[in-house]
Each structure stands twice: as structure tokens, then as C-alpha cells.
Ligand binder design. Structure first.
Ligand code: HEM
Length: 261
């Protein structure tokens, strides 16, 4: 049996501080609390999303905010894909109004980008524990009824026997109805009776938040040439080791619309 060496209280505090630094959403949550006290006038996008979370914690979940930030990070590293999403939104929604949920069916590439983000970075890489409800066989293994099952969604999403070049960001792989065809091989929202009941709403929120951010703003990487996607090590949820630092400016054609919101 492996036993973790016991930490001193100083080491524990240092580990907790490190975990805090590594965690995009929680780190910003605490920072934004401080900033609210200072009555900051120009909150960052994450701070704004976290303020929505305070108003409606159920829908603006950490999963939704993280998925949006991760999708934006990936798009900044793949400018052609970002341009393709923008062109899709411009052609179906235009510049006169903000995109809304009735437009989403007409924005398949935006959906592909979000799916590909959730494949590469499932907010819950290890699903919550499930029990088998009856005896079954899985890949030649007998699984008796009542067995505790831990599903590694991240490993399934990176399995080379299922996905072509799984470590690469290729939204096009979701074109057509691959998601439906692949069934239990793409499971960012889990599966079975305990699958995420907020999957439809969660996906819709990510699509709307990401789509509106791309429709209204020009985005550019404010740090080095590429966004550092090194994964963080804090907690069971996937996080980025380095925070996303990006700059946005209103797109000239959208300024009139933005000033009316
Ligand atoms: C992008 C957003 C989201 C992602 C990726 C996500 C993902 C997940 C995953 C992977 C699970 C575990 C499923 C399993 O083990 O099979 C889960 C459970 C759950 N999710 Fe979500 N979720 C998201 C948004 C939401 C939202 C918006 C709500 C509420 C409106 C929600 C409510 C829940 C609840 C209540 C459970 C527990 C279900 C149970 O144990 O029976 N989720 N979610």
C-alpha cells in the first residue's frame, strides 16, 4: 500500500497556496472578492462570469466558466479556427443583434469547438463513482452487480484506438454527428442514470458565452506567442497551470450594438 508522507503544517500551507494559484476559477474568485471591495471599474471576463455565478450558482457552474476559458485559450492558439467561428457567426447572426439560443443550431462549427474543448479538457476527467446495476462484461472483464466503478473520461477521450491524433485540437472531428455515433466514447457530462442533468443547459451557456465573446470582441493573446496549456495539478478537476491572459477590444462594427446592451 502506498502511504503519502505526512506533511508539516508549513508544507501543507505552502501546498494549499500553490493549489490556489493553480486554480483558474477559485483563484479568480478570491481575487475578485478583493477587487469588489476595491470597487474595480473594469472587471476581467472571468470576474464578470464569477459575478454571474454569485447571482445564479446553479447555471454559471465552475464547469461552464472553465469550459469557456479553455475554449478561448485553444482558439487563441489556433487563429484559423477562431476566424472560422467568427465567420460562421457573422454569416448567420450578423452585426445588428447579439446571438441568442435560437441561432445555435445554425452554428455547427462553434459546437465542434466546444465539443473538442470538452474532449481535450473534460471539467470532470474522472467521473463521480458509479455502481453497476447488474452483472455485465466490459472488454472481457466480468463486472458483478454492485461493483464500484471509476470511469476515466480523460483516458477515453485520449485513446488512440478511438480518436485520430487525440492530443491535437481538431474541432472538425466533430463535424457531422460523430458525437452521437461515438456515444459512450465522448462523455464530458458522464453517462448513465447519474449523468449530468445540466448537460443541455451547461452546453448552451458555454456556446452562448463563447459565441457572444467572439461575435463582439477581437481577441488576442496578451502574454507570450502562445497560451500555455500546461495542466495544473491542483484537485480532481482539470485546471491550467498558468492563467489565461488575453486582451479583447470591441469589433468596430459591433460598437453600436455593444453600446445598447
Ligand atoms: C459545461 C458544463 C458542465 C459539465 C462539463 C458538467 C459535467 C458533469 C459531470 C461529468 C458529472 C458527473 C456525471 C457522471 O459521473 O456520470 C456531472 C454531474 C452533475 N451535474 Fe454537471 N456539468 C456541467 C454543468 C452543469 C449545470 C449547469 C448543472 C445544473 C444546472 C449541473 C448539475 C449537475 C448535477 C446535479 C450532477 C450530479 C448528478 C447525479 O449525481 O445524479 N451540471 N456534471
Amino acid at each position: 500500500m502506498n502511504v503519502m508522507p505526512k506533511m508539516t503544517s508549513g508544507e501543507t500551507a505552502a501546498r494549499d497556496r500553490e493549489a490556489e494559484k493553480m486554480n483558474l476559477v477559485d483563484g479568480n474568485r478570491n481575487r475578485s472578492r478583493t477587487l469588489h471591495v476595491a470597487a474595480i471599474k473594469n472587471p476581467s471576463l472571468i470576474e464578470k462570469l464569477l459575478s454571474f455565478q454569485e447571482e445564479d450558482p446553479q447555471f454559471f457552474s465552475n464547469g461552464v466558466i472553465k469550459a469557456m476559458a479553455l475554449a478561448m485559450s485553444l482558439l487563441l492558439n489556433h487563429p484559423k479556427a477562431l476566424e472560422k467561428v467568427r465567420a460562421e457567426i457573422d454569416s448567420h447572426v450578423g452585426h445588428e443583434r447579439l446571438l441568442n439560443d435560437s441561432n445555435l443550431a445554425k452554428l455547427p462549427y462553434l459546437r465542434c469547438v466546444v465539443n473538442e474543448t470538452l474532449r481535450l479538457y473534460p471539467p470532470a476527467p474522472i467521473l463521480v463513482p458509479h455502481y453497476s446495476s447488474e452483472d455485465c462484461m466490459v472488454s472481457g472483464y466480468e463486472v458483478p452487480k454492485g461493483t464500484l466503478l471509476i470511469v476515466n473520461a480523460w483516458a477515453i477521450h485520449n485513446d488512440t484506438s478511438i480518436w485520430d491524433e487525440p492530443t491535437k485540437f481538431k474541432p472538425e472531428r466533430f463535424e457531422g454527428s460523430l458525437e452521437e455515433k461515438e456515444g459512450s466514447k465522448f462523455l464530458p457530462f458522464g453517462l448513465g442514470r447519474r449523468a449530468c442533468p445540466g448537460a443541455t443547459a451547461g452546453l448552451q451557456l458555454v456556446l452562448l458565452a463563447l459565441g457572444a465573446a467572439i461575435q463582439c470582441f477581437h481577441w488576442e493573446n496578451a502574454g507570450s506567442d502562445t497560451v500555455d496549456m500546461t495542466p495544473g495539478t491542483a484537485g480532481p478537476a482539470l485546471s491550467k497551470a498558468m492563467p489565461l491572459v488575453a486582451q479583447c477590444s470591441p469589433r468596430p462594427d459591433l460598437i453600436k450594438l455593444l453600446s445598447q446592451i
